[in-house]
Each structure stands twice: as C-alpha cells, then as structure tokens.
Design a protein around this ligand. Structure first.
Ligand code: AMP
Length: 486
C-alpha cells in the first residue's frame, strides 16, 4: 500500500445519472438497464447497491455500465427488491474507486446507500468542520458530506435525518438513497438537476431522465418537484415538502446539451426543444449558405430546426465515429485534441465547393469548433458560417455540469469577433439568452427572476457559491491512492 499526497485534482463537481427502483424482484437488472440509458450522463464509473430484505449488496466499477453490469454473474450477486444506481462523469483525477457511487455507510440505525447528481457548493466548508469534529472521510466526493450529516443527526427516523442533512447543504442535488426498507428520491429546492418518477407494475422507479424509464418499459408519472422528498417503501409512496414552497430554477443547459434528446424534461421533449432552439437561431442569425451541417451528435436537432426555418438543405457533412467517448472525458488537453480528430471526419463530396452553416450546441474551450472548421475547410467548403445553439458559455457551472474554470472558457476570454477569427470561420453567431428562453417556451428572460438557472451564460448564480466566496475552491486533500490503479 502506498500513500501519497493527491493534489487538488478532484474538484468536487460531477455530472451524473441516478436511478432507483423499489418493489421489483429483479431490481439490479432494471437498475443496470436504467443506468445504461443514462450512460450519456456519466461514463467514467458506475455502481449499484441493492437491498434484499436483510442484507445490502454492492458492485461499483470504473468504466461503462455495459462492460461492468452486462454480465449475469454480476447481477446475480446483487439480489433484492430494491436498488439504487449511479453513473459517474467526473473531472480529471477523481477516478478513485472509493469515489464511485452509490456511497454506502453503516450507521447506528443500519445501512444506507446514497447516489447524487449535482454539486454541493458549501461541501468543502462543511467537510472541514466535520473533520475538525472527528469525522473520518472515505472519499473526496461532496456527497459524503451528506452521509456524515445523516450519521450525526439526532432525529429518530432516516427520512428526518436526511431532511436535516439536506437543510445544511447548499447547491444542486437530485439524489436517491436506499435503506432498510425504502428508497428515497430528493431534489434541491430550486430543482436544478432533473429527477423523474415512474411505475413498472407495482414497482416505483426514480431516474434522472425519462429515457431510463423507457428502456425498462416503465410508465412516466411525473417530475419530482423542486424541494420534494419522495419515499417509496412497503406502504407505497409518500411525498414531503420539508423546505416549503420554492420556485424552480431548472438548468437550461440540460435542454441545450446534457439531457438525451428522447427524454421529456420538465414537461418538454428535449429533441423538439432543441429543434425550436435551432429555429430561433435561424431567425436571429441567418447566413448566406447552401447547406446546414450539424456537428454530430449534439448539434443535430438544432441544425434540423435551423435548416427547416432557413429553408436550406440539412446534410450530414461531418460523420461521427460512435466508438469514441465524448471529448470532455479525456483527461488531458493533449488527448482532448486527439479525441476530436478521432471522433469526427468531414464528408468531402457533400462539402466541396459549398457555403456551409455549421451548427453546434455550444462552444466551451473552442477545441471542437477549431478542429471541425479546419476539417470542413480542408474538405473544400467555400465558406464556413458557425452558428451556436446557445449563448456564449462565459461562466463556469458550480451545480453539477463539468465546465472548466472560467479562464479556460473561450467566451470568457474573447469577444465573438475574436472567437470567429481564432476558430477560423467567415462568420460566428450565438443564440441570445432571450432566444433560448423563447425556444423553451418562455416569452423572454424575466430580469431579476428568471425561470431557469442560466448561470453558465449569464453569471447569475441562483445559489450561493459559499466555498468559492470563502476561498475554498482549490482546497487540497491528502488522499490514499491505493485503488487508483484498479
Ligand atoms: P469545446 O470543444 O471545449 O468548445 O466543447 C464544445 C463541445 O463539447 C460541443 O460540441 C458540445 O457539444 C460539447 N460540450 C459542451 N458542454 C459539455 C460538457 N459539459 N461536457 C461534455 N461535452 C460538452
């Protein structure tokens, strides 16, 4: 066993997918399928914890769900009528097996497993206090703070303990928890990250997105409300609103990029919404061109909407190799650059001699756009007009979407004109924030009380960033690295 200081490469932020099922004899297999449908929300690691009426069983592994949970032997080792699962999409270095969720702990009242999508913005401060008071942390995830708060609560039942813990944390959480004998699903008071409720026969299902219900043939019942806690157990379903009435600030970036196009999120079909976003973009930012070409896959629905609105042909001028992961998952800048080349290729006969409108959902670091534009020009395109189906991403997300620090965001560093020059396009335009609001069905962005969290575009953070404000963002953690090589 080798111990070494593990420097601040775990930045306490994750994008993730969660799934839970209560009341089905084959709970683990359903959880595995649900997580497979949510694979886009996290590809680095996955885990499932089940409860069989007397014991908990867990399997957590780095890698894809299919690779780790596609084997019958693994599922057979996870018996029970209740299960929760988690897909992890972590940032650089946070790949220690002990960070893989669901987290599990033995408390005075029994076992509890917890899986979390989101990011707690006061986790570092709470962690420091808890450590000073004697808590011993096993992982570097913000989620573990909740585990310790639950353990220390003086309340008599687990749901009350969880509620008390949630009252102390700040940030975004859509979480599921499993204990003897119930499954709990909860959303932060602003409902930043998605979470839905479904039914399969007599079983209750909770999942980050409806695509995880579809894969197992479950019926979509409703979204879990912001600030709601739902308990599924032997007595059926119970809903609580311990934090009183709240006003939703759902993450608008889920519509732009993150959610799967076949999911219904907060009452809106993601694919249709993306097409409306593309149509808005075509109205706001037309360009003289022969073709509309998406940057696949994320730019496809918006490009369809753009092309239809502009009355231009939609063509697959760039072909994506589907056997390469998302560029962001690659740990280093070098690999990230390589990843873009591995992933996309220009379709020469379609592009040669054409004036092309390239549509992508967002520009973050600018890596993808720069590579793609070079490729499209090398394929003989006469003009390249880039259209982005969201406003400039000028601020980092602290609520669970993995965006780099602000200094690495292209839109935080350069004007649109400068970005156009760097990317190498004839013209570049972004959708306006009002245009994005119109596309999701709002008249415009209400100044002072917007309906969504749009902090990555506006810098208007609806939840305090306490750790950042108090200078705790880059806190370094000593950490035993024994499992890093597994
Ligand atoms: P970049 O190459 O850094 O400008 O990233 C932009 C590309 O990454 C776009 O094609 C987006 O579809 C995709 N993207 C945007 N946000 C994220 C995210 N949080 N995680 C992974 N990919 C992203």
């Amino acid at each position: 066993m080798r111990q070494r200081i593990h420097e601040a490469d775990d930045r306490f932020r994750e994008e993730c997918g969660v799934f839970a099922i209560y009341g089905h004899q084959d709970a683990a297999a359903h959880a595995a399928l649900g997580l497979h449908a949510l694979q886009h929300r996290g590809q680095e690691a996955a885990g499932i914890v089940t409860f069989d009426g007397s014991h908990f069983h867990a399997h957590r592994a780095r890698g894809l769900v299919g690779d780790n949970f596609g084997k019958r032997a693994v599922i057979d080792g996870l018996p029970g009528h209740a299960a929760i699962g988690h897909n992890r999409y972590s940032t650089t270095g946070a790949s220690m097996l002990r960070n893989v969720q669901p987290l599990f702990a033995e408390f005075a009242f029994g076992g509890l497993a917890i899986a979390h999508n989101g990011n707690l913005t006061n986790a570092l401060g709470l962690r420091r206090r808890l450590v000073e008071e004697g808590s011993i942390f096993q992982s570097t995830t913000d989620t573990e703070v909740l585990v310790h708060l639950i353990a220390r609560s003086r309340r008599s039942n687990i749901v009350d303990r969880l509620t008390e813990a949630m009252a102390e944390v700040e940030g975004a959480w859509s979480l599921v928890a499993l204990f003897d004998d119930a499954v709990v699903a909860a959303r932060d008071p602003l409902g930043i990250r998605p979470l839905v409720l479904g039914r399969l026969g007599r079983a209750w299902i909770f999942a980050s997105e409806t695509c995880a219900l579809d894969i197992i043939g479950a019926e979509f019942l409703r979204d879990i409300e912001p600030g709601e806690i739902v308990v599924a157990g032997p007595e059926g379903l119970r809903s609580l609103f311990p934090f009183g009435p709240t006003r939703s600030r759902f993450c608008i970036f889920e519509y732009v990029y993150f959610a799967r196009p076949d999911s219904i999120v907060e009452g809106r079909g993601v694919y249709e919404t993306r097409k409306r976003i593309g149509a808005e973009l075509a109205r706001e930012a037309p360009a003289p061109a022969d073709l509309v070409v998406p940057v696949p896959d994320s730019g496809v629905p918006a490009a369809i909407g753009y092309a239809r609105e502009a009355g231009l042909p939609f063509e697959l001028g760039i072909i994506r190799n589907h056997y390469v992961g998302r560029t962001f998952i690659e740990p280093s800048d070098h690999i990230r650059h390589l990843g873009v080349r591995l992933k996309h290729n220009a379709n020469r006969p379609t592009l040669a001699g054409k004036r092309v409108i390239l549509v992508d959902d967002s520009i973050v670091r600018g890596t993808t756009s720069t590579k793609i534009v070079t490729m499209v020009r090398q394929a003989g395109a006469r003009e390249v007009h880039m259209r982005i189906a969201s406003p400039p991403t000028s601020h980092s997300c602290f609520y669970g979407v993995d965006t780099p620090e602000r200094a690495k965001l292209m839109a935080a560093r350069f004007s649109v004109t400068e970005m156009a020059r760097i990317i190498g396009v004839d013209s570049l335009a972004f959708l306006s924030l009002d245009g994005l609001y119109r596309a999701v069905g709002e008249q415009h962005r209400e100044p002072g009380c917007p309906r969504f969290c749009d902090a990555c575009f506006s810098g208007d953070y609806p939840i305090r960033l306490r750790d950042c404000e108090e200078g705790r963002r880059e806190t370094q953690l000593s950490f035993l690295q024994e499992e890093n090589a597994t």
